[in-house]
Design a binder for this molecule. Sequence first.
Ligand code: NAD
Length: 454
Amino acid sequence: MNIINPATAEIITTVQEDSRLSLDKKYSLLKAEQLQWSKKSLTERLAVVHRFYDLLETEKERLAAILTSEVGKPLQQARNEINGARTRIQWMMNNGEKYLSDEWVTDTEELKEKISYDALGVICNISAWNYPYLVGVNVFVPALIAGNTVMYKPSEYATLTGLEIEKLWRKAGLPEDAFKIAIGGKETGESLLDMDFDGYFFTGSYKTGKYIYEKVALKMVPCQLELGGKDPLYVADDVNDVASVAVGTADGAFYNNGQSCCAVERIYVHERVYEVYVDAFLKEVQSWKKGIPTEDGVYIGPLTRGEQLEVLEGQVNDAVEKGALLLTGGKRGEGKGYYFEPTVLTNVTNDMKVMQQESFGPIVGIMKVKDDKEAIAMMQGTTYGLTAAVYSKNFDRAERILSQVDSGSGYWNCCDRVSAGLPWSGRKHSGIGATLSHQGLRAFTKTRGWHIRS
Ligand code: NAD
């Protein structure tokens, strides 16, 4: 399998994909190791995770350079991702004991009752490329802490990072057979679905997620899905400083070239502040440095996948044909790599592709609305439900609006944000189940209720 540098569209290296035979062998080793790993104390398992956490810091520069070379994100954003992953791991280490230890619920002379959290067994993690460290640690770290062994399939667009993650675990002292990487694309994923894992944890698109969910259903094991989004943001008419809201929300839409599951993908602005907001937003977008992701100060680099360029062109054409105004961008950028100009469309309507399909690129539609009621109807108007944001001076107003939008996360005066202490979950086509928070630690366990009569 060729590994491509999206900044130049050139091959960096070639790696050997796994075959069904090699995957079977890895699975047997993971299975044989699992009992021993789960028998280790939580303290011992946490010590390994701590060394992994330390290695992410000491090897950050090298890891960030590898990440940038294969996914094309600006180098500083690659460093930020590793820092973010460490913050999440820290939360998991601090809270592992609290949420995974036995929980006594009744303690009388005659009767004692407790809940224990047993590991699922060998779990399969099929992952995405846009934040391989962040979405990876959401799954494999709590899974290992809880006593599972893990088959980790990085996206074919983040294979080198997947290989580095495997090496880091070895260096951290994790038993060699507690974590294995499955190398390859769709076919490798398909093989994993044919095997007998004790749980499937998927991060990726709705289309693949739905397919996986249907296949895994027959196995009667947990299947958790972290899928795409079409995340809406509403700017109400009472915000204090419209221009600074525009600057902050532009970052929420374009960070990582818009390739975030929780990127702001649709913006609704109250008519009273619309003109000021659009002017400031456009100015901000046009101020960004574009170019090669290793160059200092570059904010917009190449997209990770060349094929996405066509999707974005299709969305722009569809919008313009239906009456949208193209304020900036709308076409491929210069250079041999997969560049697309940051694109802002106004005069959009909710039936346009750009307001319905996940763009996963540097493109956003901004729509004027007359009141909160219209904003709620628009925000609700897609099949997705990952996050939703409201900017307003008044929390009660924001809460009232957000509670009428079906989404796993609600943001007041912020957006494009994930916190280790809060569940990360999607509703509707954005997913099933949650990672992060206590829910995300316990997702990798099965509970047992103990009835103890003396
Ligand atoms: P994708 O669905 O194309 O691929 C995801 C993974 O599934 C890859 O490892 C791929 O090789 C594998 N795969 C593909 N077809 C398969 C099949 N038939 N059987 C088994 N495995 C298969 O998604 P992607 O392009 O890697 O990631 C982008 C998507 O992920 C976006 O929709 C984004 O919003 C979403 N995402 C969601 C979250 C979240 O937390 N909700 C986080 C990051 C990304």
